[in-house]
Design a protein around this ligand. Structure first.
Ligand SMILES: Nc1ncnc2c1ncn2[C@@H]1O[C@H](COP(=O)(O)OP(=O)(O)OP(=O)(O)O)[C@@H](O)[C@H]1O
Ligand SMILES: [Mg+2]
Length: 242
């Protein structure tokens, strides 16, 4: 699936980003191939969310470029990238709290106005039966775990080819973290390419094919999940070894 001359479905090449004078991402190279689940690990403020924002076009690189299916998309708007199959589940879910669960799901499909969404709803309900039970409830009154389900459901409504997820396990109880990753795995098994940002390195590496490690804006390690789990540098810094 990787290498062999295949064109990555999404990649960053030599990407640098700035917030004003602050230089955040430094020559970041990432390749994600169709069908893979890849994780991006790193501590607080290492630039993980900045990487996702750059992929989606909320931030423009000061040098380097984002590619989708081999095409330089630096000039594309976020909506164009979403239209081309890129979707994000943001940090802290970011639901519209005063809107109902159904309205939040509908927003996920906003670029497909006029098309029937029945099949999309069915797919989301199949994966998250709980969401179906709560369609008329205001999103802000859901539990954290339920909000995460709605955030994932909303992203699936866009029929993504590549799903970007920013710390899906943040703030969830351990049992929900495991369930959450099980669902991410199912989404990936259904053919959606997944790029997941996590501080929970053990959990992420247990399901991802490969991982990248970001440290103060630079990729310092990249390998298969198995190799990263066995890497002493990795174990000491991120996997809880002393
Ligand atoms: N809008 C902004 N303006 C200025 N600096 C910013 C802005 N957003 C982020 N930064 C800075 O960029 C750096 C990287 O932030 P980023 O949000 O990408 O980190 P992160 O790896 O996602 O961290 P966390 O795990 O805490 O979410 C941080 O030092 C942060 O303060
Ligand atoms: Mg972040």
């Amino acid at each position: 699936m990787t290498g062999n001359g295949a064109t990555p479905i999404l990649s960053l090449k030599g990407v640098n980003t700035h917030y004003g004078a602050a230089h955040i991402l430094k020559d970041v190279d990432i390749d994600i191939y169709s069908g893979e689940m890849v994780c991006l690990l790193g501590g607080n403020a290492s630039g993980k969310t900045t990487t996702l924002k750059t992929m989606l076009g909320y931030l423009k690189p000061s040098a380097g470029a984002v590619y989708m299916d081999g095409e330089n998309v630096n000039g594309w708007s976020t909506a164009q990238r979403v239209g081309h199959g890129l979707t994000m589940v943001p940090e802290n879910r970011r639901l519209f709290k005063r809107m109902t669960v159904r309205e939040n799901l509908e927003i996920g499909a906003y670029l497909r106005e006029g098309q029937t969404l029945d099949d999309d709803y069915e797919r989301v309900f199949e994966m998250f039966p709980r969401v179906k039970e709560r369609l008329t409830q205001k999103a802000g009154t859901l539990s954290g775990g339920e909000q995460q389900m709605v955030a994932m459901g909303r992203a699936l409504m866009a029929q993504p080819k590549v799903l970007l997820m920013d710390e899906p396990s943040m703030g969830l109880a351990p049992v929900l973290v495991a369930q959450n990753f099980e669902i991410i795995k199912q989404i990936n098994d259904a053919g959606v390419t997944v790029f997941v940002v996590e501080q929970n390195a053990n959990m992420a590496l247990s399901i991802a094919d490969r991982g990248y490690v970001l440290q103060t804006g630079k990729i310092v390690l990249s390998d298969t999940s198995q190799a990263l789990m066995a890497n002493p540098q990795m174990r000491a810094a991120y996997l809880g070894d002393v």
